[in-house]
Every structure is written in C-alpha cells, then in structure tokens.
Design a protein around this ligand. Structure first.
Ligand SMILES: OC[C@H]1O[C@](O)(CO)[C@@H](O)[C@@H]1O
Length: 513
C-alpha cells in the first residue's frame, strides 16, 4: 500500500444489518442529486434552442446567426449567456453556507425538504417565464435548491448508512446526479420534436418532477440519529438507530454512546466556522477544499460540454446530440455503478488512483487524436469512420474513469471525514468549492478551448497527474472506518499525524471556541 494508504487496525466495528429502512432512507435521500444533475444536463441544450434565444437573448440570437466561422475550437461565445447558465452555481455556492446553519440547527431532513420546495418554485418560474427577470429569479431559486440539497444529502446518507456500506450508499447520490443529466439530455432531444417553439418551457419545467419527488421523499424520511442528537432529541435518535440498524437496544449501545459523546463535544462548539480553522482540523479542511477543486479540474465538465460540438465536427452530424447523450449519460451512469460496488471493497484510494491513471491516458490520447486532425486552425475536415470511432471510444473511457473515481468520491470522502462539531461547516466548504469551480469551468471553457485548442486536454491531464500524486501521498484510506472514529486515520498518517492533538481527550477539553 502507498504512502498514504493504511487502514487503521484498532477501529471499532459496529454491528448493523442492511435493513429496508436504511435502504429506503439512503436511496430516497440520495435522489436529492437528481435536481442537480437535471440542471447540469438541461441548460446547455436549452440555451442553444433558437426560440429561447430569440425571446430572451435577441442580440445573441442575431450574432449567432451571422457567425460563419468554421473553426471548431473558437465557437461563437457570449459571456452574458454563459453567465445566465453558470449563475446557478454562484447561487448554490452562497446558499450552501446558509444551509450549513439549517442542517445543524433544524436537521438534514428539513434542509432537503426546503431545498426541494425552493427548487420546485424556481423550475415553475422558469417554465412560465415571460421576461428575463422571471427567468433569472427562477435560476437563483434553482441554485438555492441545489445548494441546500448538495449540502444536506451527502451528510444525510453518510450518517444513516451502516459503516461497512457507507461508500455504496453515498455513491447513490452521484448516481442520481448522473441519472438527472441523462434524463435532461433525453428531454432536450425530445422536446423540440414534440413542442416546437415552446420546447424550452417543457425542458425547464421538467425540473418540477424531480423537485416534487424530493419533497415527497423528504417528508417521509426520518432524520439521522446524529442530527437528532444535535437537536437534543436523544430518545428519538435511539429509536431511529435501532430501526435503521435492525438491532435491539443492547446491540446498538456502543454506536449510540459514541454518537452521544460526539454530539456532546459538538454542542460545546459555538462557532464551527472558527473552530474548523484550528490546526487539528487541517487535514479535513485540506481535503474539503482540495477534493472538490480537483474534481472539477479533471476536465469532466469540459468533455461533457464539448462532446456534442466535437462529435458533430468529426462526422456524426445528424445524431450527434443523441450520441453524446449516450456517451456522457449512459456510460457515466454505468461506471458510477462500478464504484458503488468497489468503494467498500477495494477502497477509496484504489478507485481514485485507477481512475486518475485511465483519465490521464485518454486525455493525452484525445489531445493527440484531435490535434493531429484539426491542427491549430481547428478547421473541419472529413474524418474516416474508424478514426471517429476511436475518438468516441476515448471519450467513453475517460468518462467512465471519472465516473468510478472523482465523480462519486468527490462527494463521499469529504462527507465522511469531519467530526460532528464541524461536519455541516465542512460540507458547506466542499459544496462551495465544487460550485465555484463548476462555475469557472462553465464560464471559461469556451475561451480556454479557443486559446489552448487541443492542448486543453493536456492542461487537464497535467492536473489529473497532480491530483493523483496528492491522493497517493495525502489521503488515508477511509473505507470501513466508523464516521465518529475517523480521527484515528489522521493520527496514524505519516504526514497528518503532526497536526493531531496527543489523545482523543484533547478534543473534549479543547472545544470551547
Ligand atoms: O457526472 C458528471 C457530473 O458530476 C459532477 O462532477 C458532480 O459530482 C458534475 O460537476 C458533473 O457534471
């Protein structure tokens, strides 16, 4: 095993069955990812629909119609229009901080419910929009909904799931994101055929369906035992723990007592945002920032946004959008399934490292394949069928490697490493960093492509090499470690141990911030 990769030998092993209750809770909870995925998948298609542009962005519509360039790298680009798409991520970023307070004081379940409601209203406003201000108001509400759900869902699932299967359950969140993207792409493909000029209303309004689903699920769900303790409801917490683990009072006692201890320590922390900056949380804080940052710097979203243009220009004119739906959609979903299986068996590190290696190889391959045909001019030339097939295969392999590694683990690992007293704050940082860099990539990628040309793939390949090295040296294995025992993995890590207080009691003594 590598430099960062030990599995702590003396951690506890709480008993617990995979009960119907825990499966329901985790699967329904994780469906919160649908709304994020639906939005990621829907906006690109909608902003390229002519009736939508004509109604809300008439200047852009006219300029696009006049754009006759054949350069596949420097496509016509309007900052205002991309800002409209990416503004959602800024709203989500800001909302995630508010959500941190609500998840802590009112619980994970209520935050999910609130997220669903706000998202529903945003989607309805968008579908019925009569002018730009209504569209933008809707966009902001959608962003708030996404911020709330990405803040609360990963926490919810990590706290509900039995330790042995925490990875698998948590990855259902990313699976829901990929399903959301897939459905959105299909909806965008179908609505113009069915609804003509009004297609955009149906595409945007479709988001009300996952939103309603999330609201209904959240109403049915129990809150997590950790969150109930945080709210002072000890008896209810014990009852839910019994129910989700399928065990009696005696059998859950050890896990329950550890939750109580963690919650008591957490209650003494009045200012989690100051607390999180303390030296002893440096490893967790580093991961909460680095992991979502690196996830976006894999270039996955660039491949997702660029695939339709690329496929069109290499000879798949008529069915490019459907084909890219299959590539960025189906492959993404299937490979996310691999990590559901692998994360609790082979561990987080091996998925991160294998995914990184495969992404690196196929990014370099794409740079070579695209560079040698389009050169730096980017002019379209007819490609032989077999050549186009190889490009498609490389995209598929890149997408699948992301989907078994950085996609799901980008949410799983940050959600399981923080102690309770700063867990909500830590998760907000993860969401905020993720949204910030999703925003940057969405906003800047066309300009980057125009500037770097095929070298853009090399740019991201270099980042993939850096992030894999980071994981190899700095991320300890977190598989199979109970969430409230996680501090042990840092204590035994070759680098992070220097930041750890001498023994566990320090935490209890040192919590008054
Ligand atoms: O599945 C791909 C999608 O997954 C995310 O990384 C979120 O985890 C998105 O930014 C991306 O569009």
């Amino acid at each position: 095993m590598g430099a960062g990769g030990f599995v702590a030998g003396d951690v506890k092993n709480y008993p617990g069955k995979v009960t119907r209750h825990v499966v329901n809770a985790c699967v329904l909870g994780a469906m919160g990812g649908l709304i994020f995925g639906y939005d990621l998948g829907i906006s690109g298609g909608v902003t390229s629909m002519a009736p939508f542009l004509n109604k809300f962005f008439p200047d852009v519509y006219r300029k696009e119609a006049l754009d006759t360039s054949t350069d596949q790298y420097c496509k016509f680009n309007d900052m205002g229009l991309t800002l409209f798409t990416s503004s959602l991520y800024l709203a989500a970023l800001i909302a995630s901080f508010g959500a941190s307070y609500i998840t802590r004081t009112s619980g994970r379940k209520r935050t999910m419910l609130l997220g669903g409601i706000v998202f529903f209203i945003g989607a309805a406003l968008n579908a019925g929009a009569v002018d730009l201000s209504m569209l933008i108001a809707g966009r902001i509400l959608l962003g708030v909904g996404v911020g709330f759900s990405t803040q609360s869902v990963p926490l919810y699932v990590s706290e509900m799931a039995p330790q042995k299967h925490r990875g698998a359950f948590n990855i259902v969140f990313q699976l829901a994101i990929t399903i959301g993207i897939f459905i959105a792409n299909l909806v965008n493909y179908l609505t113009p055929k069915i609804a003509g000029n009004q297609a955009w209303r149906y595409s945007l309004g479709g988001a009300t369906i996952p939103a309603a689903l999330i609201c209904l699920s959240a109403l049915k769900l129990d809150d997590t035992p950790n969150s109930l303790l945080e709210q002072g409801k000890a008896e209810k917490a014990r009852e839910i723990l019994r129910k989700i683990r399928g065990l009696n009072d005696k059998e859950i006692e050890s896990e329950f007592q550890d939750l109580v201890t963690a919650s008591e320590a957490a209650k003494q922390v009045e200012h989690p945002w100051t607390r999180i900056l303390k030296r002893q949380y440096r490893p967790q804080l580093t991961m909460a920032v680095a992991i979502p940052f690196f996830q976006q710097l894999t270039g996955m979203n660039v491949v997702m946004f660029y695939a339709p243009v690329l496929l069109q220009s290499i000879g798949f004119e008529s069915n490019a959008s459907l084909l890219s739906t299959v590539i960025t959609g189906a492959v993404n979903i299937l490979a996310t399934g691999v990590s559901i299986y692998g994360s609790d068996k082979s561990g987080r590190r091996s998925l991160f490292l294998s995914g990184g290696a495969v992404m690196f190889v196929f990014q370099v391959a794409l740079a070579v394949l695209i560079g040698s045909k389009f050169g730096t001019s980017g002019d379209v030339i007819a490609l032989p069928r077999w050549y186009a097939g190889i490009v498609v295969a490389c995209i598929c392999l890149f997408v699948s490697a992301f989907a078994w590694s950085w996609g799901p683990l980008g949410w799983l690992v940050p959600s399981e490493i923080f102690p309770l007293e700063i867990r909500s704050a830590g998760q907000s940082i993860t969401v905020a960093v993720n949204m910030l860099f999703t925003f940057f990539i969405a906003q800047l990628f066309l300009a980057m492509l125009c500037h770097f040309k095929f070298g853009l793939f090399i740019f991201f390949a270099i980042f993939v090499a850096i992030m894999s090295t980071f994981i190899f040296f700095f991320l300890p294995e977190t598989m199979n470690i109970p969430i409230e025992e996680m501090s042990k993995v840092w204590k035994q890590h070759w680098y992070w141990r220097r930041f750890m207080p001498e023994d566990d009691d320090c935490r209890a003594l040192d919590v008054m911030v």
